[in-house]
Write a protein that binds this ligand. Structure first.
Ligand code: 6PG
Length: 247
C-alpha cells in the first residue's frame, strides 16, 4: 500500500456542476487578488472538457476588471483557431467573448504554424514580454488552470515523451503521437513558477491518475501530472467525488 498525500488544498464537490462552481469562485478570487496587488492578472488556461463549465461561470463572476486580465494558454493543439479541437476556440466561446476581455490581452498559442519549434520560440517571447519572471527565472503567472488526463498527463506533457524533462525552455513543441495532433505546451519551469495553480478533475476515470500523482513517490515519465507537486505557489485540487474515489 503506497502512501498518498494530497499536496495543497483538496476541494471535493458532489459533481461536475459543483466543480465548476468551486473552480469559478476560486479563480475569481485569485484574479481579483492579483489585480488588487499588482494591477494585472496573468492567467494560463488549459483546454479539454473539464474547465469549460468553470470558464462559463467565471465570465459571470462579479468584481473582476477584465481589462486588467491577460490570458495565455497552458497548451494548444496544432489546429486552426476556430476548430472544435482548439483550446483557444472553447475558451473564447466560454470566457473571453462573454467577459469581453480585450483582444490585445488574449495571447493564443500559434500551434497551427508550420514550424512548431519557431512557434514555441515566438510564444516564449510573448510570455516573457508580458509576464515578469519569478524567483526561479521563469515567467511567473498569477494563475494556471490544469486538467489531468486518464493517462496521467497534464498540459501537453505526455507519458513516455521527453517534454516533461525540458528545463531550458518555457514553451515546447510536442510531436504528434498516439493519434494526437502536434501541440505547443508550457514547460515544467513555468508551471512550477506560478503563484497559484488549480487542477480540475471530474469523473471516475480520473481517480487512478490522481492517485498516481498523490502517491509520495512515482515516475514523472509515467505520470507527468506529478509535476504539479513542484508548484511553488498555492495548489488546489477541485474534483468531484467520483474522481476522488468517494462515491
Ligand atoms: C488539452 C488539455 C489537457 C487536459 C487533459 C484533461 O489540450 O487536452 O490542456 O491537458 O487538461 O487532457 O482533459 P479533459 O478535461 O477533457 O478530461
Amino acid at each position: 500500500m503506497t502512501t498518498k498525500v494530497v499536496p495543497g488544498l483538496l476541494i471535493a464537490a458532489q459533481d461536475a456542476e459543483g466543480v465548476a462552481r468551486e473552480a469559478s469562485a476560486r479563480m475569481a478570487r485569485l484574479i481579483r487578488d492579483a489585480i488588487g496587488t499588482r494591477g494585472v492578472a496573468n492567467i494560463a488556461l488549459s483546454g479539454g472538457e473539464t474547465p469549460r463549465a468553470a470558464y462559463t461561470k467565471l465570465a459571470k463572476e462579479e468584481g473582476i476588471f477584465w481589462n486588467k486580465v491577460r490570458v495565455f494558454w497552458v497548451d494548444e493543439r496544432a489546429v486552426p483557431a476556430g476548430d472544435d479541437r482548439s483550446n483557444y476556440h472553447h475558451a473564447k466561446e466560454s470566457l473571453i467573448d462573454p467577459a469581453k476581455i480585450p483582444a490585445d490581452h488574449v495571447h493564443r498559442m500559434p500551434a497551427d504554424e508550420k514550424d512548431l519549434d519557431a512557434a514555441a520560440r515566438e510564444y516564449e517571447q510573448i510570455l516573457t514580454k508580458h509576464v515578469p519572471k519569478g524567483p526561479r527565472g521563469a515567467p511567473q503567472l498569477d494563475l494556471v488552470i490544469l486538467g489531468i488526463g486518464e493517462d496521467g498527463h497534464t498540459a501537453s506533457l505526455f507519458p513516455g515523451l521527453p517534454t516533461v524533462d525540458i528545463t531550458d525552455k518555457f514553451v515546447a513543441a510536442v510531436p504528434a503521437h498516439d493519434g494526437l495532433e502536434p501541440r505547443l505546451t508550457l514547460t515544467v519551469p513555468v508551471i512550477e513558477e506560478t503563484r497559484n495553480a488549480i487542477v480540475l478533475a471530474v469523473g471516475k476515470k480520473k481517480q487512478d491518475p490522481l492517485e498516481r500523482v498523490w502517491q509520495t513517490s512515482g515516475d514523472l515519465h509515467v505520470t507527468p501530472a506529478r509535476i504539479v507537486r513542484g508548484v511553488r505557489g498555492s495548489l488546489a485540487w477541485i474534483i468531484d467525488k467520483a474522481a476522488g474515489g468517494l462515491s
